[in-house]
Every structure is written in structure tokens, then in C-alpha cells.
Design a protein around this ligand. Structure first.
Ligand SMILES: Nc1ncnc2c1ncn2[C@@H]1O[C@H](COP(=O)(O)OP(=O)(O)OP(=O)(O)O)[C@@H](O)[C@H]1O
Ligand SMILES: Nc1ccn([C@@H]2O[C@H](COP(=O)(O)O)[C@@H](O)[C@H]2O)c(=O)n1
Length: 214
């Protein structure tokens, strides 16, 4: 079984996908973490003008398992290095490059193959696994998503402002939605879930009820 969970920044899709993976015992693929990894490489090199084949020559490894996706670079697991807004911006800029996105789609399909997966990101249900058995699109208002990201980064001890985060989220939403190729939008057969006024537990139980119904 393949499950696609897509949605905009800070909508809560990683949280839901990870919990769903754990409840179902199915490996979790956080596609945004790989975009962030290459965004991190581009950030360190100060440019996104990097051919996909050159980026994929990096010494990296991806491990997907129940409840987790891990990225290793030169043998070291990267985590906090990938979570900042600036790396997210570089990831989003790379995401606008069709050749890079096509290479990423190919990479994710080869990584998962015919195995079960809970795939989470922006284009899992539209392009990576269009044949997924279940497709969910997790969203929330920009203000609520900025609030969630603000609280998340403050808990990590980062000195951020709500206003800056809201602006970054709105800019990234616009960029993701207005890409000439592969514009970010829900799959036509995705179930859209607005979580603005919903707790994580409510969203998870609702999705599990949909899966168990079939
Ligand atoms: N329904 C919810 N209500 C309140 N807070 C939530 C909800 N869902 C997730 N959160 C919190 O919001 C923050 C962002 O969630 P998460 O990282 O899952 O979003 P995301 O869509 O994966 O973000 P991104 O794609 O930018 O990585 C986390 O701190 C998470 O605990
Ligand atoms: N399938 C994907 C996943 C991510 N992106 C871009 O990467 C940025 C960072 O991802 P997060 O999930 O950590 O926010 C994101 O803003 C997207 O622009 C993508 O294009 N496709």
C-alpha cells in the first residue's frame, strides 16, 4: 500500500505522515528532507545553478523506516542543519527547476520501488506516486501555519519573528503554486483536510478511519 500526504509548509503533514507510518507499520518517506538536503548543499555553495547530475554525485545516503527518514552526508546524519527557513528557501528554489524535480521524482521511485510507503511532501500524489492507494492533502490557513512554525522554531531555541515566518510561508506558497512546470496543487483524487481548527489526534483518527473503511 502507498499513501500520499501532500500539503503546504507547516500544514502539519510531516507530523501526520510520521504518526500514520508508526500506526500502520509502513516506512515513512519525507521528500522535503531530500529537497532540504540539496538545498543545504546549494546554500553551502552559494548557488542553485547546479546541474542535478552534479548534485546527485554528493556522497549521501537515505534511510527510510517506520516513523523516520534519515539523510547521511559523508557518513554523518544531517538533522538540525536541514531544518532552518533559509535552507527551506534554497530547497524551494531548487524545486522550481524542472530537470531537478524530474530527477528527484526518479530518485524517490527507485528508492521505494514496489514497497509500501507513507510518502509526504508537495507532489507525492500528483507526480511521485500518482497511483498511490490513498491521497490526502493537509492544509491550514497561512496564519495558522506561521503560528505552528513559529512555536516549533522557538521550541528549538531559534530567534525568529512570527511576521518573518508568515512572510516566508506566503512567499514559498506563491513560489510553489506558480511554478510554470509542476505547479504545487492537490491531486484531483486527493481528500483535502483543512486542519486550521483541528488537533493532530483528530486528523490522524480521521485519516485512519478513511483507510480502514476501504
Ligand atoms: N493540527 C495541528 N495543530 C497544531 N499544531 C500542529 C498541527 N499539526 C502539526 N502541528 C505542529 O506544527 C508544526 C509543523 O508541523 P509539520 O512539521 O508536521 O508541518 P509540515 O507541513 O511538515 O511542514 P514543512 O513541510 O514546512 O516541513 C509542528 O511543530 C507540529 O507539531
Ligand atoms: N516533494 C517536495 C518536497 C519539498 N519541496 C520543496 O522543498 C521545500 C522544503 O520542504 P518542506 O516539506 O520541508 O517544507 C518546500 O517548501 C518545497 O518548495 C518540493 O518542491 N517538493
Amino acid at each position: 500500500m502507498k499513501i500520499a500526504i501532500d500539503g503546504p509548509s507547516a500544514s502539519g503533514k510531516s507530523t501526520i505522515a510520521r504518526l500514520l507510518s508508526q500506526r500502520l507499520g509502513i516506512p515513512y518517506l519525507e521528500t522535503g528532507l531530500l529537497y532540504r538536503f540539496f538545498g543545504y548543499i546549494a546554500y553551502k555553495r552559494g548557488t542553485i545553478e547546479l546541474p542535478p547530475d552534479e548534485l546527485f554525485k554528493e556522497d549521501f545516503k537515505v534511510v527510510i523506516d517506520v516513523g523516520k527518514t534519515e539523510v547521511y552526508w559523508k557518513g554523518k546524519r544531517l538533522s538540525e542543519e536541514l531544518r532552518g527557513e533559509e535552507v527551506g528557501r534554497y530547497a524551494s528554489l531548487l524545486g522550481e527547476v524542472p530537470a531537478f524535480r524530474e530527477r528527484m521524482i526518479k530518485f524517490f521511485r527507485e528508492l521505494v520501488g514496489s514497497s509500501q510507503v507513507v510518502g509526504e511532501g508537495r507532489d507525492v500524489g500528483t507526480h511521485i506516486f500518482p497511483q498511490a492507494d490513498y491521497k490526502f492533502f493537509i492544509t491550514a490557513s497561512p496564519e495558522e501555519r506561521a503560528r505552528r512554525r513559529y512555536l516549533e522554531l522557538k521550541e528549538r531555541g531559534m530567534d525568529v519573528s512570527y511576521e518573518d515566518i508568515l512572510k516566508a510561508i506566503q512567499e514559498r506558497d506563491y513560489r510553489d503554486a506558480n511554478r510554470p512546470l509542476y505547479p504545487f496543487k492537490p491531486a484531483e483524487d486527493a481528500l483535502i483536510i483543512d486542519t486550521t481548527n483541528k488537533r493532530v489526534e483528530e486528523v490522524l483518527e480521521y485519516i485512519l478511519s478513511i483507510i480502514k473503511e476501504r
